[in-house]
Design a protein around this ligand. Structure first.
Ligand SMILES: [Zn+2]
Length: 388
């Protein structure tokens, strides 16, 4: 029988949904949080004691929309890419993420799924990757952003199922206005997948049809969707009108300007916002780094990743913790209220709300210690094991 492993994280400033406790001790037994206490507790029987030095201790971040990091992309043909990608995300404080595909060929999507399966079979040595986010290929060619229009196709649940046979698909971003768009939402639910409206020229009536079938998720709110107009409120209007849409938001202050972040976070319910990075391989890289994405050239300047041709934003270099910091600074909303947007909301929607996203008894000890000045992760734990 395995010996009971007990770890204590002491002197922590615990920030968890609805909770803000300074000088707290978090007890961890067998990978789960067993107790959160104010002040010191007896260290008797503790195998490991970690002093958080008064820094923030938060639930590990869950990034449901991220393509790559540290020069690696999930869609690279290289099987090592997902290992390096997961290692970089973990260093960022992300304990669970959905590797996100680009609009590429079916063969390339299958290859990415196979590489992810190999990472899972190796025991997921870095961040956890419970499933894939398919961003496209079922998008609207008019709203490609940095996605390659050459690979855009109509929603096809058979294609999704084939990928899911290799590795679970958790989320599919697609244009609801395409033929069969509303029915596709229902087909996704039947397959255990969350459908999301994204890269879309949809009108309110298109969203309403998919909403009727259960669709409740929006891919990078405001980016690559129909803007708000007073005679057709478009998807930006829908995001404000329909409160229970779980909206992803890229909080780098570039994809949405600070005033738009304020508008979103102060007017919408925090229960239905999910901070994402939408990071590309150039996150964790320096300015001047350039690369091709789905055959299109992208260059990193002043921390912004843009297509060389046309200048479209091509995803971000954001870290999850910095997204939280940006929103906290721009809105003044307390961290204990905002922190649900970096993991718990995602966990609830994807079915892990009883074990991920909170620092509470019974939850998995997936945790990040964040420096209060730099907002950089000082330590990251997965199932109670310190991995960074
Ligand atoms: Zn994306």
């Amino acid at each position: 029988m395995a010996l009971m492993q007990k770890t204590l994280i002491v002197n922590a400033h615990v920030i968890s949904p609805g909770v803000d406790i300074e000088n707290a001790t978090v007890s961890i037994e067998n990978g789960r949080i067993s107790k959160v206490s104010k002040g010191e507790v007896s260290r008797k029987g503790a195998g490991t004691v970690v002093d958080a030095g008064g820094k923030y201790l938060m639930p590990g971040f869950i990034d449901v929309h991220t393509h790559g990091a540290a020069t690696f992309d999930f869609c690279d043909a290289d099987p090592q890419a997902i290992f390096e990608f997961a290692k970089a995300k973990l260093a960022e404080g992300v304990t669970t993420f959905l590797p996100t595909t680009l609009t590429v060929s079916h063969e390339e999507l299958l290859a990415s799924a196979r590489n992810l399966k190999a990472y899972a079979d190796a025991g997921m040595p870095y961040a956890k990757t419970p499933g894939i986010h398919l961003e496209g290929p079922f998008i609207n060619v008019k709203c490609c952003g940095a996605q390659n229009p050459a690979f855009v196709r109509k929603p096809d649940i058979k294609e999704v199922r084939e990928i899911a046979r290799t590795y679970p698909v958790k989320l599919v971003s697609y244009a609801v206005e395409t033929e069969g768009g509303a029915a596709f939402a229902a087909q996704c639910f039947k397959a255990g997948i969350v459908p999301s409206v994204g890269h879309t020229a949809a009108k309110m009536k298109d969203l309403a049809a998919a909403y009727k079938k259960g669709l409740r998720h929006m891919t990078h709110f405001c980016n690559q969707m129909t803007p708000l107009h007073h005679r057709e409120i478009g998807m930006v209007g829908a995001g404000f009108l329909v409160e229970d849409l779980n909206t992803e938001v890229i909080c780098d202050k570039i994809h949405l300007c600070p005033d738009m972040l304020r508008l979103v976070f102060t007017r919408r319910s925090l229960e239905h916002i999910q901070i994402i990075t939408d990071s590309l391989r150039c996150s964790h890289c320096k300015d001047g780094y350039s690369f091709t994405m789905g055959g299109l050239e992208v260059r990193l300047e002043n921390g912004e990743a843009r297509l060389v041709k046309g200048g479209n934003l091509a995803g971000s270099t954001l870290w999850m913790g910095n997204g939280l910091k940006n929103v906290h600074e721009v809105t003044g909303i307390a961290l204990k209220d905002l922190v649900r947007t970096t993991s718990w909301n995602q966990a609830i929607e994807l079915g892990w709300g009883a074990e991920l996203g909170k620092i509470e008894k019974g939850f998995a000890a997936d945790l990040v210690i964040i420096d209060k000045k730099t907002w950089k992760p000082a330590a990251v734990f997965i199932d109670g094991e310190q991995r960074v």
